[in-house]
Ligand binder design. Sequence first.
Ligand code: BGC
Length: 977
Amino acid sequence: MVFTKKIRFACLVLATIFLCSCTGQSASTLENTDTTVQKGEEILETLKLNIESFKADKDKYTAKLAFDRDFSGQVTVLLKSEANSQEDKKDISAKGGESFEITASAPQFCNGDFSLIVSAEGTDMQDSASVKFKNGLPQLSVDSVKLVADEMTLQEKASLFVAMGAERNMAATTYVVERLGLPTIHMADGPAGLRIDTPTVGYPSGTNLANTWDGELVKKITSYMGDDCKSYGVDVLLSPGLNIQKNILGGRNFEYFSEDPYLTGMMAASYTSGLQSTGVGACLKHYAANNQESNRGSYSAQVTERALREIYLKAFDYAVDISSPYTVMTSYNRIAGTYTSTMKDLICDILKDEFAFDGFVMSDWGAGGGKDEMIHAGNDMYCGSPDVAKDVEAVVDMVRSRKIKMEDLDRCCENILSVIAKTNAMTQRRPEYEVQNKEEKLQAVRSVGAESMVLLKNDTQTLPLSNDNKEIALFGNASYVTEHCGYGAGYVVVDHVVHVKEGLENASFTINPKIAALYDGCKRHPHVLTQEANPINDEFEIVLDERTVKRSASESDYAIFTISRMTMEGADHADCKGDFSLNDRERNAIKIISDAFHAEGKKFIVLINTGNPIEVKSWADMADAIVYIGLSGEQIGNSTADILTGAVNPSGKLACTWPITYGDTACSEYFPGNSEISTYYDDIYVGYRYYTTFDIDTAYEFGYGLSYTQFEYSDFQVSENSGKYTLSVKVTNIGSVSGRETAQFYVSKPDGKNEHPVIELVGYAKTPILNAGEDAVVSVNVTEKELMTYFTADSKWIVEKGEYTFSVGASVEDIKSSTKITINEEIQVRDVENACTPVNDFEIITKDNPKSTISGENLALNKTVYVSGEEAGYLAEYAVDGSYHTRWSALGTTENFYWITVDLGKITDIDRVVIRWESNTEGEFSVMTSNDNVTWKRAKMCKYEAINNIQLDTSARYVKIMNKATGFFSIYSIEIF
Ligand code: BGC
């Protein structure tokens, strides 16, 4: 089968003109003139009429027109004002794309307000177009973009390129040109609702939405968000965030959906469709490989082209294809050394040409990279300018000095205009500045919030709880101040968060007053990450004493403890106590609550109120039930109570694997890299692709989630039609209460020229609520897009021939049934020709080269060190303090060596030295050893890398790292094994 490359009609669509503005008809009625009809393998387009220019001088007009395909027939030009109308007809025979002119005298139209309506007849392909003129100037509509752009001055075009600041804590507005009917649009942050300075509605976070595995629910939620945007005059919501949750410590993971590109892409598409159904534009962000917050403005993703395309870009491809977002935001980071906002291959070749994105691309706020490079690369708008007037002048100057091509700035302008013309800004809107239908929206937050929670453990049917006159001993600060959202651009201001305590009380539980009193005045998590200053993060949990807890165990019916973590833009989490692991107070609390309540034969439930996975394995046995409530929005307490009481049967499933230890993750030793480089050592083995292929046990696997009922899978079928596969399965509720189940469909591809993860998600389907005994057949379609793999050497997407196994499961580890199919011939799906810049020649995990774990006792930990010098605040001891967040720094000179010596205290066998660092110096450094700190032996010369993992087979008391070069030199850690 041959792939028919999608033909882009962006420029034709932009210039196509249709009756709209003068009649007040909404732009959305135009959609069916722009449909692409898919018929088997062929893609047919309807005829498009394109007014390339229209000039009305003195008493005559000239219209330059073109069709997108061959046309022969009559073209009518109608000029219409309130008082007059004039019709001119001409027989035309024109080739597709070839322009032709119609000229006629039109004395009464040239200066006043009038509409131009052009229509074509004569074949079964036909179209018409219209534009309104005011004082002789075209007015912006979806159809007059090119005409309007042609009228704009250089200064105006540059002003449109540089977004301006906005009031009410919105993120940006755009430049207004009144004479051309060009209004401003307002852009504000999401993704968990509309972020402005006043309370709106706090919806579930991206991760919580993904845990529902229910696109229809996501659409419903985002259509409510769109409605909120309309109430505040916001035209583009800067969301969804669809970066891959590459590492479980990612600070912004809560804004993103999943570790899997397919699930992420589908969720982003549903999010976008729901939002845009209200006329509010979406913004896919952050394009691309923006997978960490540490050094986010400078790090360069060292990633192979295959991983970039198969893992990090794929979700963007799905979302663009399915939901046509209005805008895309490039990211802060660099890829292979270049800022993404200036990568022509990433933006033009891949996003705009290959994925057929036809909106506008904006930079992230104040992102690095020159404005000229951005414009050249296809970035259409610069956002977050610290000095708008200066940046506008700089762009004007660069056009004048030919550093920026005029045609490139025109492209920016037309892309922005075409989006503005589609938004609600074009109508005479009157924002209410108040959320509408708030009660209905809060109900949706509550029910979708509950659908998004994941039941991780439920021994001996601990849950659901009976709320019949029952008392709960409620522990944990977060039971009283529950986080509804993460912080940073993704934080949504709300009127009232329903904390867990309030939710339980609303569900008629009594809260043990003595325990509640312990938490009076309890502190909220600080809204900055403080691992460096306060690695244990203990002060945000109270110290419980055994006697109090024991007393509560005799008084109350159940115990609940809530663990919470603050998560935010700008900082990643850490593998330390109080972050990935419990802090001492939490661990102690869980132990004594568990002992006390179990001694009374009573149940103990733990709730996890975080945006990321945390370590669970070491304490899970002490709890009878565990629920991941995540950051489910402002109704979080009510949603939690609905799950705990069984008012809602849990059906959420994890969109991200929960590993046993952080060290089990594929890229643990390379995250977050340094300010220069983040090495994507895990390559295509991100998330479950890694754990399943390399047989690593996990705490809770991808797709995992329990229910209060059980489901049976039967009758798994795979059928094929012209290379497309339909996978279906019957799901029966064999338990005693009603519930929903998500069937997950996976593929195992044959290792051919490319090796593959042992299993990959290719579809999923959630049943409706099934009563006990009821069943439903659910199905998905699998196309070449799910089966293809990228061949870097040939720049081709290919479905390899061989034996494929399709499976259905309740999670990636709980496979119920499988079927094999054979593809006899290799299928070339896309020949993209354009290789992009990412690097392909560094060490990555492969099946033959599994992760080499740096393990054993770090002999350098907290040992004495001597150094050549210190920069203020960057102390020598930080190189051996066991933290990758602190560092020793010094400035090198060409005259002097700079060095650090670790004193191991006695002569010791040394196998390996691992150094994590950054430096702006190139070249090689020496690793020296000595037994007396006087006589030195050079053990190795090494080339500086972000992480140097140096094999040594020696013994010594002192280890010295030294170099002679100008520039700074920082060591996050030296580990000696
Ligand atoms: C964030 C974006 C956000 C923008 C505007 C940036 O710092 O990375 O996600 O949309 O600010 O607030």
